[in-house]
Design a protein around this ligand. Structure first.
Ligand SMILES: CC(C)(COP(=O)(O)OP(=O)(O)OC[C@H]1O[C@@H](n2cnc3c(N)ncnc32)[C@H](O)[C@@H]1OP(=O)(O)O)[C@@H](O)C(=O)NCCC(=O)NCCS
Length: 182
């Protein structure tokens, strides 16, 4: 297979649609959040694998906020594109919308960013093609992907520092809704 140094975003853009059937519902009658996450993982896999032309694994998932519930009978559509690439990692941005097919109303349920890593047969990270950015939106997404990666590294450092600095001091829990019973 031919290998490319750079590929346009459109080369790997992926859309996945699935009808929400009753067996996907939770006890409250709405669609399971886990089902939506699973669909997001699938579309991220396809999108990243198309870009890399190699097997890809999910390294990390950014916060997923469910903005609105998804109902049985709706058509969920997930639109994925590679927003940013590093050496072997790709950030796949996914927008999820849900359509009431009787009323033709569409709602945005969530957006998230999956970091996918291309790996070789020995499970070693594999270099992926760079991205050809063909419009301002793609440049903005790439820049945001780079910034998000930097912020994530900084955030990890801050969390480590703050958690370690707390030590055995429990005074900051005094106003919380818990009772320490030992
Ligand atoms: C993802 C994985 C292959 C990375 O392997 P590794 O030995 O840590 O490789 P490296 O440290 O060289 O990182 C490789 C790339 O992954 C990125 N990466 C690794 N862990 C990451 C994380 N938690 N979040 C975001 N990016 C990550 C690195 O930034 C690096 O990116 P770059 O090549 O673009 O610079 C490895 O951690 C793995 O196999 N994880 C399990 C994946 C899996 O099973 N997913 C399904 C879960 S059910």
């Amino acid at each position: 297979m031919q290998s490319y140094d750079f590929l346009p975003v459109r080369h790997s853009e992926t859309v996945l649609a699935e009808l929400m059937i009753p067996s996907y519902a939770n006890f409250g009658g709405k669609i399971h959040g886990g089902l939506i996450l699973s669909l997001m993982d699938k579309v991220a896999y396809v999108c990243a694998t198309k870009h890399a032309s190699a097997y890809c694994v999910t390294a990390s998932i950014d916060t997923v906020d469910f903005r609105q519930p998804v109902e049985v009978g709706e058509l969920v559509t997930l639109m994925a594109s590679v927003n940013y690439v590093g050496a072997s990692s790709m950030v796949v941005g996914i927008r999820v919308v849900s359509e009431n097919v009787k009323l033709h109303t569409i709602k945005h349920t969530n957006t998230s960013y999956f970091t996918m890593v291309a790996i070789d047969d020995d499970h070693k990270p594999l270099k992926v093609p760079g991205l050809i950015l063909e419009n301002e939106e793609q440049v903005r997404r790439f820049a945001e992907g780079k910034r998000r990666k930097e912020l994530k590294i900084q955030h990890k450092e801050v969390v480590k520092e703050v958690l370690h600095s707390t030590g055995s001091d429990k005074s900051f829990l005094e106003l919380e809704r818990c009772k320490i019973s030992f």
